[in-house]
Design a protein around this ligand. Structure first.
Ligand code: SF4
Length: 96
């Protein structure tokens, strides 16, 4: 199942600098996996095969191409993280 590894823990995220679960990494980019998920998790388990077995083909293609692309500029990355945090807050806390 897609959430089989969600409780697995990585001691230090290279982007955020602290411990994270696979569940976070799997949905980091607005319900899509973080672009670095293959690089960060390959030593823990066969993350590529796991995602290939559990993600739609087009999402998996995005993971593969994002991992091969150069990283976005730092400012763009920060803007994306802020936008994703806003979206998560909006989902958790509906407006009155
Ligand atoms: S996959 Fe992304 S969010 Fe997860 S540890 Fe790696 S860089 Fe951090």
């Amino acid at each position: 199942m897609l959430n089989d590894h969600d409780q697995d823990v990585l001691p230090r995220c290279p982007r955020l600098g602290h411990e994270l679960t696979f569940g976070y990494c799997r949905q980091e980019a607005g319900r899509k996996p973080c672009r670095l998920i293959l690089n960060c998790w390959w030593e823990r388990f066969d993350v590529r095969s796991f995602l290939q077995a559990n993600l739609p083909e087009e999402v998996m293609a995005g993971v593969e191409s994002a991992g091969a692309a150069p990283p976005p500029p730092k400012v763009q990355s920060l803007v994306d993280l802020i936008q994703q945090a806003k979206e998560r807050i909006a989902v958790v806390k509906p407006e009155p």
